[in-house]
Design a protein around this ligand. Structure first.
Ligand SMILES: [Zn+2]
Length: 93
């Protein structure tokens, strides 16, 4: 799936439409000691049963997020591409 390098989008900080630069949002490094991760690891201990976080069904696609950067205030606005997409997003040159 291809996506243009620049799009005309609304900046909530400047309150107007500007040509924003597009970048694919990357996931940061997971904090192993965060409360959610500790809870999840505790739930994986023991003798099984139905356990959250263990995949039994493969998902049909991925929620892909783009980050739009405003050239005027250089603030970022997230944009999610229509729910789930099958193909990996590519930024056109
Ligand atoms: Zn702005």
């Amino acid at each position: 799936m291809k996506f243009p390098k620049e799009i005309n989008a609304y900046c909530p900080h400047c309150r107007k439409h500007v040509k924003m630069k597009v970048k694919v949002a990357s996931k940061g490094r997971a904090r192993t000691d965060a409360i959610g991760n500790r809870k999840h690891e505790r739930s994986l201990l023991g003798h099984g049963g139905k356990r959250a976080g263990e995949k039994t069904v493969k998902k049909q696609g991925k929620r892909q997020k783009l980050m739009l950067t405003c050239p005027e205030c250089s603030k970022k606005t997230p944009r999610v591409l229509r729910g789930r997409t099958r193909k990996k997003v590519e930024i056109q040159r």
